[in-house]
Write a protein that binds this ligand. Sequence first.
Ligand code: ZN
Length: 285
Amino acid sequence: MSTLLSAARTDAQWPRLALRALRIATVVGAAVVSLAVLAKALSARLEARAEPTHSTLSAIDVPIRVPILVYHSIAPHHPGQTAEQRELDVDTLVFQKQMQFLVDHGYRAIPFATLVAALEGTATVPDRGVVITFDDGWATQYRFAFPTLRRLGLTATFFVYTNGIARDHVFMSWDEVRELRDAGMTIGSHSRSHPLLTDANVSLTDEVEGSRELITRNLGTAPDFFAYPYGEWNQRVAAAVKAAGYRAARAYPGGVVNSRSDLFALHSVLTTDDMVAFERLLGSP
Ligand SMILES: [Zn+2]
């Protein structure tokens, strides 16, 4: 009788014991899973620090390797050019070769906005992404670079300084700037009169906000991006650019890697008409 009772009690306890064992196993299992998730996140973070990646969609500020190429004038070389002009003015045929090199080697010209969105953590950039930019608004860019860009289906960003536009034949007209925009190019501001913005006598309101207003009036949309004349900036200048409503600003030079903390002083690379230097600056992807 007592044996029977004891056996009955033991039988009755089984479901409770099994339930308790199951609960313990669940808690231990959950702990193991959380540890694994934590370890994975930590190792991903360490990897991100060790090596810049091509894209990001995370909250972590991962450096992105997308060269921002800086061009000035594109025109056939001619006798009488100074050493500086020879460096800054890329010969038309060399420019065509450089763009063809990008296409032949699988590089993807991406809009300035895509790189900025990737740095903000809301977009990805393709492998071998590259951003092509032109400074100042020279007429030669419209005449000699634009046809090549259009033929090869490459997008680029043109940073114009508004006092130059439509001033004389050396600069583009507003019609030409609009034509670039309509063809899928990005138009950014490069100030109003191209001064050293770090000079305390320069009106940042006039240069940074004024140029934005003028571009808005002529294109119908406000420019999102700014390029510092001569690449010169400091905290005061960067704060003025941000306050005026721009999303990012390009400095100069500084290399091919940028992080979210660089959004208002993006590094870039000067492009000259030296083909070997061009291939070297793109580096091995
Ligand atoms: Zn400039």
